[in-house]
Design a protein around this ligand. Structure first.
Ligand code: FE2
Length: 324
């Protein structure tokens, strides 16, 4: 063999001499790699975590004195999962954030490939979002979609500060790398319609009415999966209702979930993490972590998960009750 370009390789007389010559060529021996590449079951890099709306709201009210929407693309607080050097993602594929907008402010129009949604926590009259020209009201409890590459901007023309939760699949886009982002050339996008109903808006009242018609699970909970995947195929969105004293128990699965509390209070056990939660709180159930959510009063939970991604790719697995 011609070793004119690899005299160091050709000169190796043992594996220990071969390894540095391989490394110089960005080759590594599969039998000698520093870290395993396969393991028996998910290792749970992301942790269960809980964030309080009361604390986020206080912080946003303070920040609102010092930062305006003219400076910040969005006045939001990201709920990052403290794992490694991560300072953004809430779960492997999803991120959530709290956002506040003051009266007479607007969040300027832009679009991006990540899918996004909002869960409105507190809002007075005059709060609305515009999605591809359609003006949609943002009322307490609403879920609003801004799918991949739709122009979106938010406006508060009422007298009250408005607060909501954002959830996006940005970490998935970071992993797969198809990121595109574009600010609107005119900052504002024109309003071209004010539809009575929109496939991008789900109201709490409608969700509660539909939930009431569903049969309860063995744990007493009811879950309504929203008809959103046509527009946002990376996420499953759902509402779950629990009665006072009821519980929602989920076995370990490969799905990553973020919960937002639309109504109610109670306690939860997510893996090793146990905590009390209240309206507006966020919590994350990472892949391969069991959870049990107990309600003290009538409760409505909103959930975004990456289940459609895992199912589409053949990676969805769920532990049977017998194994939990
Ligand atoms: Fe956005």
């Amino acid at each position: 063999m011609n070793d004119r370009h690899a005299p160091d390789l050709a000169a190796a007389t043992s594996l220990d001499e071969l390894y540095p010559a391989l490394a110089a060529r960005c080759l590594t021996a599969g039998w000698h790699k520093a870290r395993p590449s396969l393991w028996p079951s998910p290792r749970g890099a992301f942790h269960p975590r809980h964030w309080r709306y009361s604390e986020a709201r206080l912080a946003m009210d303070l920040a609102g004195e010092w930062i305006g929407t003219e400076l910040a693309e969005r006045r939001n607080l990201l709920t990052f999962n403290p794992v490694g050097d991560n300072d953004y993602a809430t779960a492997r594929t999803l991120v959530s954030a709290y956002q506040m907008i003051k009266p007479d402010e607007h969040a300027r129009a832009h679009r991006h490939t990540p899918n996004a949604l909002r869960v409105v926590l507190d809002a007075g009259p005059g709060l609305y979002t515009v999605v591809d020209g359609a003006r949609l009201p943002m009322c307490r409890g609403d879920v609003l979609l801004t799918p991949n590459w739709t122009w979106h901007s938010h406006y508060n023309e009422g007298p009250d500060r408005a607060y909501w939760i954002d959830m996006l699949d940005v970490p998935l886009v970071h992993l797969l790398e198809p990121m595109f982002f574009e600010p609107h050339p005119d900052e504002y996008q024109p309003t071209t319609s004010t539809p009575e109903v929109s496939p991008y808006r789900f109201t709490q009242a409608e969700a509660e009415a539909r939930l009431a018609l569903l049969p309860p699970r063995a744990d007493g909970s009811r879950t309504l999966v929203l008809d959103s995947q046509t527009h946002m195929p990376t996420m499953e969105l759902s509402f779950s209702s629990l009665c006072a004293g009821g519980a929602l128990a989920l076995p370990r699965s490969t799905v990553n979930r973020i919960f937002a509390v639309s109504e109610g209070e109670g306690r939860a056990q997510i893996g090793e993490l146990s905590f009390e939660w209240a309206r507006g709180d966020l919590f994350v159930v990472p892949s391969w972590t069991a959870c049990r959510i107990e309600a003290r009063g009538a409760t409505l939970l909103f959930q975004a998960s990456d289940e459609p991604v895992l199912r589409a790719l053949g990676f969805h697995r769920e532990e049977s009750a017998a194994n939990t």
